[in-house]
Design a protein around this ligand. Structure first.
Ligand code: MLT
Length: 235
């Protein structure tokens, strides 16, 4: 069965449910999971996704070799090395990054008890589908990180793109919904992302190029998986 948590309140519901037989895939297309996929593809060693700025800073105190990255309100944080634009991570090689974002890293934290946790984006949909089909997981939960407390259409489109690529036959109502949304949007993903609430907000702070980066479909072979609290590239 494939199920989908469409927004933060639904994600919270799964925090108290036994996910020990479930594989979770977290989507925060604009931009946290797209950033992680881009970084892993280009040579970032691992991302430590953390919920708060304070926890991120504490990691750095413990290990000064870590890079600090993230955003609040879409903007880089004071004293951090990097923001949350995918392009910033293309030149980072062989380093570990602590990442804190408004929704994406929080969603990863909430489903951390699942059997496996993958990082999904439009960028890596084909590679991700191949891995999931080969694992033959019977219970899949697609997690749409959203924005603040709200649903974000770009996460649902990407989740639908994954449903569309998987051979699973048993779909929840929400999985059927996101699949048909993806089919509607796939003719012009760029337009859907630009018109989304997050796409417009990012354009408003001068980050329209990030939206274009994140709208690219299946251009990356990188699959991110959680291992011991960090997101690493599946080898
Ligand atoms: C989030 O985690 O909410 C996003 O990645 C926000 C952003 O990139 O601005």
């Amino acid at each position: 069965m494939i199920d989908v948590a469409l927004c933060p309140s639904e994600i919270r519901r799964f925090e108290n449910i036994d996910l020990s037989d479930t594989t979770a895939v977290v989507f925060d297309v604009l931009r946290a999971t797209s950033t992680m996929i881009t970084g892993l593809e280009c040579g970032v060693e691992r991302f430590f996704p953390v919920e708060t700025v304070e926890v991120a800073r504490a990691h750095k105190v413990q290990d000064p070799s870590l890079l600090l990255a993230g955003e609040r309100g879409g903007l880089p944080l004071e004293g951090f090395d990097l923001g949350n634009s995918p392009a910033e991570f293309k030149a980072i090689r062989g380093k570990s990054v602590v990442l804190t974002t408004t929704n994406g890293t929080v969603a990863l934290h909430r489903v951390r008890r699942a059997k496996r946790v993958y990082v999904g984006a439009l960028l890596n949909l084909d590679a991700l589908a191949q891995v999931l089909d080969s694992e033959d997981s019977t219970s899949l939960l697609l997690v749409c990180a959203g924005t603040g407390e709200e649903f974000a259409i770009e996460d649902a489109i990407a989740a639908g793109g994954l449903v569309d690529r998987l051979s699973h036959k048993s779909l929840s109502d929400a999985a059927v919904l996101v699949k048909s949304l993806y089919r509607e949007a796939s003719s012009d993903l760029g337009a859907y992302l630009r018109q989304s609430r997050n796409g417009r907000a990012l354009a408003g702070i001068g980050k329209a190029q990030d939206v274009e980066e994140c709208a690219r479909l299946a251009v990356s072979q990188a699959v991110g998986v959680m291992q011991e609290g960090a997101v690493v590239k599946l080898s």
